[in-house]
Design a protein around this ligand. Structure first.
Ligand SMILES: [Zn+2]
Length: 146
């Protein structure tokens, strides 16, 4: 599966339509049978619980935990805190207009890069342009957790 296809599927699974389809499957005879097989294998037997416990401490299980963590969150929070501080002390000035579409009103500071040196190189965008940019682009993220 390509990355784009995987992302598309994830969006579908989170959508109302996707969640409804999952709920229908789970309530269907086929879905209930699948759940019963899964429970018999992993959840209701001591052997199954032991298998889970082994997996959770294995290298593969730990890698899964790491992959599930939102590694970008720490950097986004740091960059946003730096912007808030700069706005408070007047180093960054909010104009109230989107630098992409020119719309006036509520604006957000946008980070094309979350590298420490770029924390204050934030562009002022309206929510719509901001969302659009992040949907279409991947911001530059520092390696690791820092
Ligand atoms: Zn805009």
């Amino acid at each position: 599966m390509t990355e784009a296809r995987r992302a598309q599927r994830a969006r579908y699974n989170m959508s109302a339509k996707g969640r409804a389809a999952t709920a229908r499957y789970k309530a269907s005879p086929k879905g209930r049978a699948q759940r019963a097989r899964y429970d018999a294998r992993y959840n209701v037997s001591a052997a199954g619980r032991a298998a889970y416990a082994r997996y959770n401490v294995s290298a593969k299980g730990k890698a899964r935990d790491l992959a599930r963590q939102d590694r970008g969150r720490v950097w986004r929070q740091a960059a946003n805190a730096a912007v808030r501080a700069a706005v408070r002390c007047g180093e960054l000035v909010r104009s109230g207009a989107c630098s992409a579409c020119g719309a006036a009103g509520r604006t957000e500071f946008h980070h094309p890069s979350y590298l420490r040196k770029d924390w204050l190189a934030a562009e002022e965008l309206c929510r719509r342009c901001h969302r659009r940019w992040h949907r279409a682009n991947a911001a530059i993220m520092p390696e690791g957790l820092g």
